[in-house]
Design a binder for this molecule. Structure first.
Ligand SMILES: [Zn+2]
Ligand SMILES: [Zn+2]
Ligand SMILES: [Zn+2]
Length: 338
């Protein structure tokens, strides 16, 4: 059974024990040998994944058969497991917890396409609607506190994971990175009585220098203090803390601005590996007024990180990110890219 363990010094939780020794070295070997297997995610290979959890498919087709447009399956190397007891226990001075949760893969296309930006806006819209469906569905499990949706895009990968997909991790706790963001938003709101993210949007619209793209509902910009070159944040222009409450017409505009932003990154940086992470509110389980202002102080958004530079020892050790290009220059290059 895998475990969550807390590092007492940084106060961060780590996930460990997700693989056996054998699995770990087999995977390592596979990576070095660069073996190409058949893609589990392509239409026709449904039997090679675990049984599907959800899919959007033609009305006369059956689950786990061809005929789907988007398909959700459990991860075989699940970092979290849905079965078992929650239990937080102490071990001497240390804290650890069973790794309860869900780890799902959202396969975004039946075809072997490697970059989500090559899909049509309508297809991307289906994917974004499935994010909402899965977050809502997992809310029924009282043990879960947060759903993190993210993508590790590896367009050059010859493995099955080169096939465009996103991942969902439903967690028994709110990750520290999210909690830090929630607390920072609440502090700002307590002090100014305004949403921090709405203020950032207004500042970016005044400065104009870091904006890449806007449509009626969304703004895409390079943040003022980026962690990596060509990082992009996309926010809804109308205040909203909860991704799940966006309607279809807004999600279509979200699909449009994502497609444009990701295509620009692919064109400027020669289709690099990248990650994106959706940040929305946690499940609001009752906890003595803890979430009193969250719908006013938090604002959902997506963060896109092209992986083009390696993390240096200084960055690991200091927590300072070194970003060689000024964010304004990155924004200009992306804005002008086709
Ligand atoms: Zn494939
Ligand atoms: Zn806001
Ligand atoms: Zn964020």
């Amino acid at each position: 059974m895998s475990e969550l363990r807390k590092d007492l010094i940084s106060k961060k939780w780590i996930i460990t024990g997700t693989q056996s020794e054998k699995e770990f070295f087999e995977a390592l070997n596979l990576k070095t040998k660069q073996e190409v297997g058949e893609c589990f995610f392509c239409e026709g290979n449904e039997a090679q994944t675990l049984p599907e959890i959800y899919s959007i498919r033609k009305y006369d087709t059956r689950p786990n058969m061809p005929g789907w447009q988007v398909r959700v399956v459990p991860s075989k190397s699940a970092v979290f497991k849905i079965e078992g007891e929650m239990g937080k226990v102490g071990h001497g001075i240390y804290d650890l917890m069973n790794n309860i949760g869900a780890h799902e893969l959202i396969v975004e296309s039946p075809q072997h396409i490697k970059n989500i930006c090559e899909l049509s806006i309508e297809q991307i819209l289906l994917v974004f609607k499935i994010y909402q469906t899965r977050i809502r569905d997992l809310n029924n499990d009282e043990r879960l506190k947060y759903v993190l949706i993210f993508k590790n895009q590896r367009p050059k990968s010859i493995f099955r994971y080169g096939h465009t997909h996103s991942q969902l991790a439903a967690l028994p706790l709110t990750p520290k990175a999210i909690k830090d963001e929630l607390l920072s938003a609440r502090d700002y709101f307590d002090y100014k009585e305004r949403c921090l993210f709405c203020d950032i949007i207004r500042q970016e619209q005044r400065d104009k220098k870091r904006i890449i793209e806007e449509n009626p509902d969304y703004i895409a910009f390079v943040p003022f203090a980026t962690k990596v070159p060509f990082e992009i944040t996309i926010m809804p222009k109308n205040h909203n803390a909860d991704y799940c409450s966006e309607n279809e017409s807004s999600l279509r505009n979200f699909a449009q601005i994502m497609k444009v932003s990701l295509c620009k990154i692919a064109s400027v940086l020669n289709d690099p590996p990248l990650n994106y992470i959706l940040h929305t509110i946690p499940y609001l389980r009752p906890r003595q007024g803890y979430w009193k202002t969250i719908r006013d102080d938090y604002h959902w958004h997506i963060e896109i990180y092209p992986q083009i530079s390696e993390i240096t020892g200084f960055e690991w050790g200091s927590g300072f990110h070194i970003q060689p290009l000024l964010p304004e220059i990155c924004a200009k290059i992306l804005r002008e890219a086709k």
